[in-house]
Write a protein that binds this ligand. Structure first.
Ligand SMILES: *Cc1c(COP(=O)(O)O)cnc(C)c1O
Length: 461
């Protein structure tokens, strides 16, 4: 399979390039030149597979040049052996709502599902190619923890995680800062997530710096994360849908990675009706889809912090698709964004997007009432991100079945859940120790030079 950058459709890349680089050096995002499509007989054959068997079939489609089937089988099996459920995810039904629980991995958010596989992929690729890398990643709370859990203690890899100081939950922070491993470095930046992400992008764009430390990234712009997330759309569809029924997916959205995986699943032949972009008050995507104008505003701090994002990086992949894969058009739009602080989609591009996606946002008050209602009426505790997806799905009331992506365990946001329901959700067994373990992290000002120096002083082997 060949890959291209959204900003240069002429040059081909391999899966290995795409995996290790994360972001193309022209600033674009990597996408497959052509998305593989399952014929209806093939879909039929996938229907009754276990989660892990399905994962092997789907992931292999995108990286055959790098891994054979046995390697992918080993990767998948070892990645999911520590999950608390055998089939990696769980599905629960409440009336017309289906909750797809994606938080049964080691750090209690959906990001573990991709990140555990990525940790093992790194190890294999680095060994084959005799390489050492430094991973630099920005987190709005959950990516960092998932990445640290996947990378800790591995040879030939160091990981530097930037999180916005005081803007993530205590449990989110402690999942990162209590890890005692000498290849893990946590940086608390006196700023918000968008700026953390901006600093990481600036370091990637600085070719000298990037090459000098063999820098690589695991942010949701890394294509391999999208690939691994496609699997649970297929798995849940097969478990829930009747005979070719079209179903909707409501996805709590920040960086647009998780929901974009759903779009790829649809392109691969899965009968998805609408993909619902559920946002909190950081509603850039809702505005973009209703007006065609993509314009980042100031980030608002909410009770669903993993979605406190105004620059939804993966959206570039969808816009590229809507521009019929014209990198010239893409470059023009990105220039507009840089120069004028916004870009405007053409009518036909917007129509193409609206055929597959719809979007709504939920206020803080509405989110709290969903948490309360779910507890009162359904006797279940949900985290605030999942609550946004439920509330938005209720607002849209689309026809047919809707699957809600439950992206985090309620105990990761225990204060918010406690305030709404009066009940404090417990951390799963064996995880309570993070609450009492000593934390280790460095506080840095929002100063690119200081961040670079901190990394330079610690990145060598
Ligand atoms: C990261 C995250 C999201 C947003 O996912 P994106 O892929 O960035 O859109 C939603 N909920 C939780 C709990 C998350 O950690």
């Amino acid at each position: 399979m060949d890959y291209i950058s959204t900003r240069n459709s002429q040059k081909n890349f391999t899966f290995k390039d795409v995996f290790l680089k994360g972001l193309a050096s022209d600033g674009g995002l990597f996408v497959p030149k052509k998305i593989p499509k399952f014929a209806s007989q093939e879909l039929e054959n996938l229907k009754n597979l276990s989660y892990k068997e399905l994962a092997i079939k789907i992931i292999l489609k995108f990286c055959k040049d790098e891994f054979n089937e046995k390697e992918i089988r080993d990767l998948v099996n070892s990645s999911y052996k520590n999950f608390r459920v055998d089939d990696v995810v769980k599905i629960k039904k409440f009336g017309k709502i289906n909750l797809l629980e994606l938080f049964h991995g080691p750090t209690l958010a959906f990001k573990d599902i991709a990140m555990q596989v990525i940790g093992n992929m790194y190890e294999k690729i680095l060994k084959k190619n005799n390489l050492k890398v430094n991973i630099v990643v920005a987190t709005s709370g959950d990516t960092g923890a998932a990445a640290i859990s996947a990378i800790r203690d591995r040879k030939n890899m160091k990981i530097f995680v930037l999180h916005p100081e005081n803007k993530i939950s205590e449990v989110q922070r402690k999942f990162m800062t209590t890890v005692d491993s000498n290849n893990v470095f946590n940086i608390a930046l006196a700023s918000n997530f968008d700026e953390c992400q901006k600093f990481v992008k600036l370091m990637f764009a600085d070719n000298d710096f990037r090459n000098s430390i063999n820098m690589t990234g695991v942010n949701s712009i890394n294509w391999s994360r999208i690939v691994i997330q496609i699997v649970y759309y297929f798995f849940s569809y097969f478990k829930i849908a009747k005979e070719n029924e079209k179903i909707n997916y409501s996805v709590p959205t920040g960086n647009f990675g998780d929901i974009f995986a759903g779009y790829i699943a649809k392109k691969m032949g899965l009968p998805i009706n609408k993909l619902i972009i559920a946002t909190n008050s950081n509603d850039i995507l809702k505005r973009a889809i209703s007006t065609g104008i993509y314009k980042p505003l100031k980030v608002e701090h909410t009770i669903s912090p993993s979605m406190d994002i105004q620059v939804a990086s993966n959206f570039e992949r969808l816009v590229f698709d809507a521009c019929s894969c014209s990198s010239d058009k893409m470059i023009k739009l990105m220039n507009d964004l840089d120069e004028r602080g916004e870009f405007k989609l053409e009518k036909n591009q917007l129509e193409k997007i609206s055929k597959n996606f719809c979007s709504e946002s939920l206020s803080e008050q509405e989110t709290k009432s969903v948490i309360k209602d779910m507890h009162n009426k359904q006797k279940i505790l949900v985290d605030p991100h999942t609550a946004v997806a439920i509330g938005v799905a209720n607002k849209m009331s689309l026809e047919g079945n809707t699957v809600i992506l439950a992206t985090a365990h309620p105990s990761k946001f225990s204060e918010t859940v406690m305030k709404a329901t009066g009940i404090k959700p417990d951390l799963p067994e064996n995880l309570e120790n993070i609450l009492v373990t000593k934390e280790k992290y460095e506080k840095l000002p929002k100063d690119l030079k200081k961040i670079k120096n901190y990394i330079l002083e610690r990145c060598n082997y």
